[in-house]
Design a protein. Structure first.
Length: 375
């Protein structure tokens, strides 16, 4: 089996991966991933960090130690840029903002999935209005789920229940386990706040230019993995910070939870768009090692999804009429079964539905069932 670079444990060394760009690898506790890359962009004002890792105090300590090892004091951090709203990327930003008053830059639609406050951008964003709706009530407690999560984290006494996230396909969605919740409850308040919400001080849009690390970076909005994902391109030497949009040896997760009509098509369009940036010479991903052939890697990722779509159509012929869970359990190996696999399967089924190749109905248990449309 191929050793996935993204699974390797975090290195202790800080490496220079492009002229003037350092890479710190931070440990993360996410299945299938061993580290997240935090890029350090140095300029005359100090440093900017891209993706400062998880919100817990230990990650922060590692980050500060690594910076000190290359003679950078934390008070020299003037900017933190986050590529998207996943906690291994934005988590550390809140503390850096509070402790060092740095700017926090993110896409204009940035909103964390755990934020107890309503999403102010939901109105102009169809993709966040349905499935990620944090206001979805559950059980006999009709307070928003994220409000209850905040209470669990900050509360005392026995651990109250956090309901699973509702899914559009009618099965139970992601729910933090009791061990995870206990661990997070032991965090300090800044870490808990850092997990729940982050208010960027600078919100950027596609094609905006940011001056960081003595370079002029062009923002490239790349929805799919999340709706608010951005990459950064320095056209002067072709350096490209790809976040989780393009990873070297694993295919980024496509979320079926964005509420968008066809998140897979959106992701594929954003892949074609970055593959067409022919100035790119060096890709710096958020997990794994730098690589050069962006267009080649995009081809592989698109090929993987084309194959998945073909597999689903064959399964449709065999199963006739089946739930998203049924499809996902045939598509994924048993060790991967669960809400993530179902979410990705659902994104592919939505695409087939959007193309008129699959039809959908809701069954008596409020689950969606997909069947092929005869050609
Ligand atoms: Zn991510
Ligand atoms: Zn990631």
């Amino acid at each position: 089996m191929v050793e996935r670079q993204e699974r390797l444990p975090a290195r202790d060394e800080v490496d220079e991966v492009a002229p003037g760009i350092g890479r710190i690898q931070l440990p993360i506790m996410i299945p299938g991933l061993g580290h997240v890359n935090c890029y350090v962009l140095e300029d005359e004002r100090g440093v900017a960090l891209v993706d400062p890792g998880m919100p817990d105090p230990w990650t922060h300590q590692v980050l500060i130690e690594r910076l000190r090892s290359i003679d950078i004091a934390p008070e020299h951090i003037h900017t933190v840029l986050v590529t998207h709203s996943h906690p291994d990327h934005f988590g550390g930003a809140g503390r850096l903002r509070v402790e060092h008053r740095c700017e926090v830059v993110a896409h204009r639609r940035f909103h964390t999935p755990f934020d107890p406050s309503p999403d102010p951008f939901a109105d102009d964003l169809t993709e966040l209005t349905v499935a990620t709706d944090p206001l979805e009530p559950g059980g006999d407690d009709d307070r928003p789920r994220n409000e209850r999560l905040a209470e669990v984290l900050f509360g005392e006494g026995p651990m109250p229940e956090v309901p699973p996230r509702p899914t559009p396909w009618g099965e139970e969605g992601f729910k933090p386990g009791p061990g995870e919740l206990e661990a997070m409850r032991a965090w300090d308040d800044l870490s808990k706040q850092g997990l729940l919400r982050l208010d960027p001080t600078v919100r950027v849009d596609d094609l905006e230019v940011l001056r960081l690390g003595g370079r002029e970076w062009q923002v490239v909005h790349t929805p799919g993995h999340t709706g608010d994902h951005i990459c950064l391109l320095d056209p002067a030497d072709g350096t490209f910070l790809s976040g989780d949009h393009v990873l070297p040896t694993i295919t980024p997760h496509i979320s079926g939870m964005t509420g968008d009509d066809d998140p897979l098509a959106e992701f594929v369009a954003a892949l074609h768009r970055v593959a067409a940036l022919d100035v790119v010479t060096r890709v710096l991903p958020a997990h794994g090692l730098p690589f050069d052939d962006l267009a080649g890697r995009v081809d592989d990722i698109i090929g993987h999804h084309v194959e998945r779509i073909a597999q689903l159509e064959r399964l449709g012929q065999e199963l006739g009429d089946a739930t998203v869970r049924d499809y996902s359990r045939r598509l994924f190996q048993e060790r991967s079964w669960g809400p993530m696999a179902e979410s990705e399967t659902y994104a592919h089924l939505l695409h087939l539905q959007h193309e008129g190749r699959m039809a959908v109905r809701t069954d008596e248990d409020a689950r969606l069932r997909y069947r092929p449309v005869p050609a």
